[in-house]
Design a protein around this ligand. Structure first.
Ligand code: FCB
Length: 452
């Protein structure tokens, strides 16, 4: 048995996102967003559910926030639904939307938790998508104007601002594989969207600095390490490197180093991808000083060379490890490797793990309990690596579990449960799972015991 201990000022939290929990999709003046549109088209969501009601957080936020407090959560991460604030994405402000988030943020603070607020977690107003969405460079201004409203309205109610959650998924799942809204299929457009997402991030940070707020700001990037399937095969080794460049460096390098990975762009250019239009001053705008590196990570990849996979020619294979219900391999050692890779490559930034967690096949037993031992095991193994990183001088400041309550898991719908609190979608009853009780003790003790 060994004891894992975290420093006293290490912050434990939980994360959520607006579309996944709020519901109230057409109430109080909210405009339509791309996920409202996307989920209402048959065939897009595996279990045919949508976020119209989700966890009904819009009406039940007090109950949820008080439950989080009861469990001892220190930081409550949530996001703002852009079309609640600006139904058309720009122009007229919806006062009911402003009021809603003001009440939510106050409730969190009155319950003595810190607030981590994501400005954009995937729910673009449909009216802006109709103008091209992230593929249209005008979005840099649309987004910055929207962010400025939030800075002005909620400047004193937020501790950590996240400009954008996972630009990788927004661009590549939304504009290339089409698994996510808006469901498009063009790689070059996706790459152009990456550039606009990063520009929007930089412009918002610049705007934030001009507001002189005392809170901190950063971006959340999803990253993972990749191993070649066959370490003796040069093509596999190169493919794994390319996968890290396309998944990690494409985002981290411009934000922290002010440049795109040139080798990756040369490769894509040869494959016929149209490279993004980069104007003078763009890289400086993206390369703003940020206060923390928001990291989302769940698994790691095993990559082989696969000529049929245009344009990257990378194929993903299993490594035989245990998998969570999301089908993602449990590979905690790679979490440590990733933290140390970020630390090295980006000059020892302060890191907040803004998401990590496991989907599990949870059900309520005859005693009314949800015994999610696999999730506890996952969290233990991953947190152990976080603690190893902290002990070795990597500056990890906080860790947020994805997710607080079960919620609408994008293309998979309600079928994938990630919460530490169970939601019965019919009755909207909440039941803290065993993992919630375990996590609550971890927070109290700033540590836990693990069998080695
Ligand atoms: C991340 C998303 C989050 C959730 C988890 C499981 O990619 O940021 O909204 O869906 O995955």
């Amino acid at each position: 048995m060994s004891i894992i201990k975290f420093p006293n000022d290490f912050e434990f939290g939980t994360a959520t996102a607006a579309y996944q929990i709020e519901g109230a999709w057409n109430e109080d003046g909210k405009g339509e967003n791309i996920w409202d549109r996307f989920t209402h088209v048959p065939g897009h969501i595996q279990d045919k559910t949508n976020g119209d009601i989700a966890c009904d957080f819009y009406h039940r936020y007090k109950e949820d926030i008080r439950l989080a407090k009861k469990l001892g959560i220190e930081v409550f991460r949530l996001s703002v639904n852009w079309a609640r604030i600006l139904p058309d994405g720009q122009g007229e402000v919806n006062l009911a939307g402003i009021e809603f988030y003001r009440n939510v943020l106050r409730e969190i603070r009155e319950n003595n938790m810190k607030v981590c607020l994501t400005i954009y977690h995937w729910d673009l107003p449909q009216k802006l998508q109709d103008k091209g969405g992230w593929a249209n460079r005008d979005i840099v201004k649309w987004y910055t104007d929207y962010a400025e409203i939030l800075f002005r309205e909620y400047g004193n109610d937020v501790d950590y601002w996240i400009t954008i959650n996972e630009p990788y998924c927004i661009a590549f799942l939304g504009y290339w594989t089409g698994e996510h809204a808006p469901g498009l299929h063009d790689y070059s457009t996706a790459l152009q969207a990456v550039h606009h997402l990063l520009l929007a991030h930089g412009a918002a940070v610049k705007k934030f600095r001009s507001c002189n707020l005392s809170s901190e700001i950063g971006i959340t990037l999803n990253m993972g390490m990749a191993c070649p399937e066959n370490a003796d095969d040069g093509k596999d080794v190169e493919a794994a490197r390319r996968s890290v460049m396309a998944g990690n460096c494409l985002f981290g390098d411009p934000v922290y180093l002010g440049r795109y990975p040139e080798e990756l762009f040369e490769f894509l250019d040869k494959k016929g991808v149209v490279l993004p239009e980069i104007r003078e001053g763009d890289m400086e705008l993206i390369n703003q000083k940020v206060d923390f590196f928001g990291l989302n990570t769940y698994t790691a990849g095993t990559i082989k060379y696969d000529a049929s996979q245009w344009p990257l020619e990378t194929g993903s294979v299993g490594s035989g490890r245990e998998r969570t219900e999301a089908g993602w391999e449990v590979w905690p050692e790679k979490f440590y490797e990733l933290l140390s890779w970020i630390d090295n490559r980006y000059g020892h930034p302060a890191i907040i793990i803004t998401e990590n967690g496991a989907a599990n096949n949870d059900w309520v037993d005859s005693q009314g309990k949800v015994v999610d031992s696999n999730r506890i095991e996952y969290l233990k193994r991953y947190l152990k690596e976080v603690s190893r990183a902290v002990d070795n001088g990597i500056s990890v400041k906080g860790y947020y579990v994805w997710c607080f309550t079960d919620n609408f898991e994008w293309a998979y719908g309600e079928a994938r449960r990630f919460g530490i609190v169970y939601v019965d979608y019919k009755s909207q009853k909440r039941i803290p799972k065993e993992s919630a009780k375990w996590f609550s003790d971890v927070i109290k003790e700033k540590g836990f015991e693990i069998k080695e």
